[in-house]
Structure formats: C-alpha cells, structure tokens
Design a protein around this ligand. Structure first.
Ligand code: ADP
Length: 176
C-alpha cells in the first residue's frame, strides 16, 4: 500500500530513491531548489545534465529526465521543467500536471520506490501555490491510489506556509 506525506524540509537532505528538481529547459542549474540540488549534488549532477541535454538542446516544459544524484543522499534526480505561469497562459495547469505525471513515470522506469517533489513552478516561475497544490495532490493521490510505483511519495515543501497549503489540498481531496 502506498503513502503520501507532506513535509517542510530541504529536499537535498532526503534519503529517497528519487528527488525531483524544478529545473529549467537548459538543465544547467539555476536559482531556488535547482541551485540547492546542484550545490549539494556536486559537479557529477551538472556533468550528467550535459549528457542527457546537450548544449543547444532543451527539455520541453512538462517533461522529465533522470540523472545521477552525485553527492546527494538520494539515488537519482528527476529534473522536470515547470511552466512559467505568466507565459504559459491557459496551458499552465496541463503543463504542471504533466511535470508530476512524467516525473513519476521516469522514476518508475528507473525502478524507484520512493520519490520526493518540491513545489514545482511556485517560486521564480510564479504559479499561485493554492492552484498548484491542488494539481499536485490530485496527480499524486491518483497515482498512489492506483497502487503504482514509486509508492512512497513525499511532497517536500520549503516552509511551513507552503506545507499547510499542500496538506489542506490533500485533505480536501481525501474528504471529497
Ligand atoms: P520554479 O522556478 O519552478 O518556480 P523555484 O526553485 O524558484 O522553482 O521554487 C520552487 C519551490 O522550491 C519554492 O516553493 C521554493 O521555496 C522551493 N525550494 C527552494 N529551495 C528548496 C529546497 N532546498 N528544498 C525544497 N524546496 C525548495
């Protein structure tokens, strides 16, 4: 039986099979959680990013791809590109949904049983956290309820305010 937990933590500290990175399409690191993951993971993460997305290429928004986790306690990093809220317009919800779905699918292909997500797109990319939390928890509960791997799912928020929002979204879904 699977599980979903919503926590307030630094995702780089989690000992899970896969942590998800809210990356950008060039996959060369950046600010926010992306910067934290590259700092903690070390040069091996960037080196593997260069292999999976060569110079001049890009990972499309809504897609996901796995790399080594370098020095992180996780086994691998699944990089996904969230929508820039202001630029994505009406496509934003479907693209954000795709980030969660594709990350789960890539982790499953890699044999992962546990996975942790940050709050994709709600930082620099400007997605309102209320709306983003409902989409995230909708995908994650459907995945776990279907009995699919990775079956141990952590929503890793950064700060108590975000944790409370995602927890509420989860409870709203559970109580219908
Ligand atoms: P995006 O560009 O997709 O908006 P950001 O990294 O700017 O990505 O923000 C996504 C979320 O990640 C924000 O809620 C931010 O507070 C959070 N975040 C930043 N650092 C960490 C970290 N070390 N662990 C978990 N979440 C983090």
């Amino acid at each position: 039986m699977g599980s979903i937990e919503v926590i307030d933590a630094d995702i780089t500290t989690l000992r899970v099979d896969a942590i998800v990175n809210a990356a950008n399409e060039r996959l060369r690191g950046g600010g926010g959680v992306d910067g934290a993951i590259h700092r903690a993971g070390g040069p091996a993460v960037l080196e593997d990013c260069r292999r999976v997305v060569p110079d001049g290429a890009r990972l499309p928004t809504g897609e996901a791809i796995a790399t080594t986790a370098g020095d992180l306690p996780a086994r691998l990093v699944v990089h996904t590109v969230g929508p820039v809220y202001a630029a994505a317009g009406d496509d934003a919800p479907a693209l954000l949904r795709s980030c969660y779905e594709r990350s789960l699918a890539v982790a499953a292909e890699e044999g992962c049983r546990s996975i942790a997500f940050p709050s994709i797109s709600t930082g620099i990319y400007g997605y309102p956290v209320d709306d983003a939390s409902r989409i995230a928890m909708d995908v994650l509960t459907a995945h776990v309820d279907a009995g699919q791997e990775p079956s141990v799912v952590t929503m890793c928020c950064f700060g108590e305010d975000d944790r409370a929002v995602y927890q509420q979204a989860l409870e709203d879904l559970r109580t219908g």
